[in-house]
Write a protein that binds this ligand. Structure first.
Ligand code: GRF
Length: 178
């Protein structure tokens, strides 16, 4: 069973649900994340940092909640906080992230803008296992996306997301079948 972590619009969560993958719960660090509304009848919960003494306490509460709902594989689908080792230790080698660049190039929360600023001719989408670094961890799949001369952050990100919506469900499906 899969637990999905979201912070934003949740189009990657939608892709996982549309692929009929066994998602058992959806959690967020933001109570107002629009992605939570996509979960429909699935259990959802938000774990805002301000409600806990520190990040470790928040991450442990979130990990326990996910484990109680049967999640054994965790997918970060636009989850915008770094996870502490305390969380990762609960799901060894079983936390996956999707990122809008050809990692290890352009890690971090502004990858699309950073690529446009750098003037790269090629971008991409990466699915990788999560470790305690920022968008580090073994790469599971990667696909290239062309950058056009007239691209804005929005147009480039939309083209990358089209690839993410194929790549992420494929890799997650493979991991579920292990
Ligand atoms: C995606 O581009 C993903 O690569 C990045 O955050 C974005 C999330 O988009 N980590 P969405 O919330 O799934 O629409």
């Amino acid at each position: 069973m899969i637990g999905v972590l979201v912070s934003g619009t949740g189009s990657n969560l939608q892709a996982l649900l549309d692929a009929d993958l066994p998602v058992s719960a959806v959690a967020s660090n933001r109570r107002a994340a629009p992605a939570l509304r996509r979960a429909r009848s699935l259990p959802t919960a938000s774990f805002e940092l301000a409600d806990y003494p520190d990040r470790v306490a928040r991450d442990l509460a979130m990990a326990d909640w996910l484990l109680e709902r049967g999640a054994r594989l965790i997918v970060l689908a636009g989850y915008m906080h770094l996870l502490t080792p305390a969380f990762l230790e609960r799901f060894p080698d079983a936390v996956v992230n999707v990122h809008p660049s050809l990692l290890p190039d352009f890690p971090g929360g502004h990858a699309v803008d950073d690529q446009l600023t750098a003037g790269v001719g090629e971008s991409g989408a990466t699915v990788h296992l999560v470790d305690d670094g920022l968008d580090t961890g073994p790469i599971l799949a990667q696909e290239r996306v062309p950058v056009r001369a007239d691209d804005t952050s929005e147009t480039l990100h939309a083209r990358i997301k089209e690839v993410e919506h194929r790549l992420l469900p494929r890799v997650v499906g493979e991991l579920c079948a292990r």
